[in-house]
Design a protein around this ligand. Structure first.
Ligand code: UDP
Ligand code: MG
Length: 309
């Protein structure tokens, strides 16, 4: 018998855990039919509510439910990594607990694995029910990434993805601390089938992401999968050198023809401020990469487990 690991990161999701389990188990006949043994691996990301208790309740009734509980909130990326690391299945699927990743898609996804794909990923065709500014920025982010990164990152891709053990192992080999899974999937390669579906709104509870968090997460994506921003400094440097040369020639010629009446310090101040602005901006970019490198070099663990069942 083959095993399917369902990995569910949860952070303060006491309302959703039981509903999710019920919805998932509607696939029971499909599991039987395909002779799939199932384990449901809840990753509690340091929840401060009753999420752990809810999962334990489920586990009492059904030993296929497993729990890994973190010592604090490490973020969804860490949750997904831990889930993949602790999973034992021949296949693993990552799902949100809020039912935004419909478990009813599983049979269709599995059929593609049977056809020989290494992974089946999902993307939303629209962003219905999302704040317009967020959609706008998200779209800008994906367009930018397409230009500055060689790793393929699909617009609207969700984290909902079914993978073979081979691909899971490949992902586990990427032990970077600053994780951006959407890029990691593209980086490891393999044959991926994309399924599109309409955006589903969260069943219960509320989203853990605000605009700021998403913005910072997108910077994570850029620094993790592109080094193009680092070359901005060089490009700017060359541009300003050319400009400076042109100005020098202009001033030498003008002075030798018209003499040198002392004036022009306001323009000087403007130029100095502009260029120092550009310099600080470029230093900031270098700083971002340096900060990431610093964290990477420390080789801190991606997560700490407090309890495991
Ligand atoms: N999540 C997590 N750790 C966090 C934030 C979120 O494990 O620090 C989980 C959360 O419980 C949910 C999934 O990640 O199962 C997606 O979170 P959410 O629904 O808030 O994000 P959205 O769907 O709004 O992007
Ligand atoms: Mg959600």
């Amino acid at each position: 018998m083959r095993m399917l690991s369902v990995i569910v990161p949860c952070y303060n999701e006491e309302e959703s855990v039981a509903d999710f389990y019920q919805e998932l188990m509607k696939n029971e006949t499909f599991f039987k039919e395909k002779e799939l043994e199932v384990e449901v691996l809840f990753i509690d990301d340091g929840s401060r509510d009753n999420t752990v208790a809810e999962v334990k309740k489920l586990r009492e009734a059904d030993p296929r439910v497993r729990l890994v509980s973190f010592s604090r909130n490490f973020g969804k990326e860490a949750g997904m990594y831990a889930g993949l690391e602790k999973s034992r299945g021949d296949y693993a699927v990552l799902m949100d607990v809020d039912l935004q990743d419909p478990p009813s898609l599983l049979p269709e996804m599995y059929s593609y694995i049977e056809q020989g794909y290494d992974s089946v990923a999902t993307r939303r065709v629209n962003r219905k029910g999302e704040p317009p500014i967020r959609s706008l920025f998200a779209r800008m982010f994906y367009r930018l990434m397409k230009r500055i990164s060689r790793t393929e990152i699909m617009d609207g891709a969700r984290d909902y993805r079914l993978m073979t053990r081979q691909m899971v192992n490949a992902i586990l080999q990427m032990q970077e601390y600053n994780r951006f899974t959407k890029g990691i999937y593209g980086w490891v390669g393999f044959e991926t089938k994309w399924i599109a579906y309409e955006n589903v709104e969260r069943a219960k509870g509320e989203t853990k992401w605000n605009f700021w968090k998403l913005l910072i997460y997108s910077l994570e994506g850029i620094t993790a999968f592109s080094t193009v921003p680092l070359s901005i400094a060089s490009v700017m440097g060359v541009l300003f050198c050319v400009l400076a040369f042109a100005l020098i020639i202009f001033i030498v010629v003008r002075t030798s023809i018209f003499g040198d009446p002392v004036s022009g310090w306001p323009s000087l101040v403007c130029i100095i401020s502009l260029i120092s602005g550009v310099q600080l901006f470029c230093m900031g970019i270098i700083g971002q990469y340096l900060a990431k490198t610093y964290l990477e070099v420390k080789r801190r663990p991606i997560y700490i487990v407090k309890e495991e069942l």
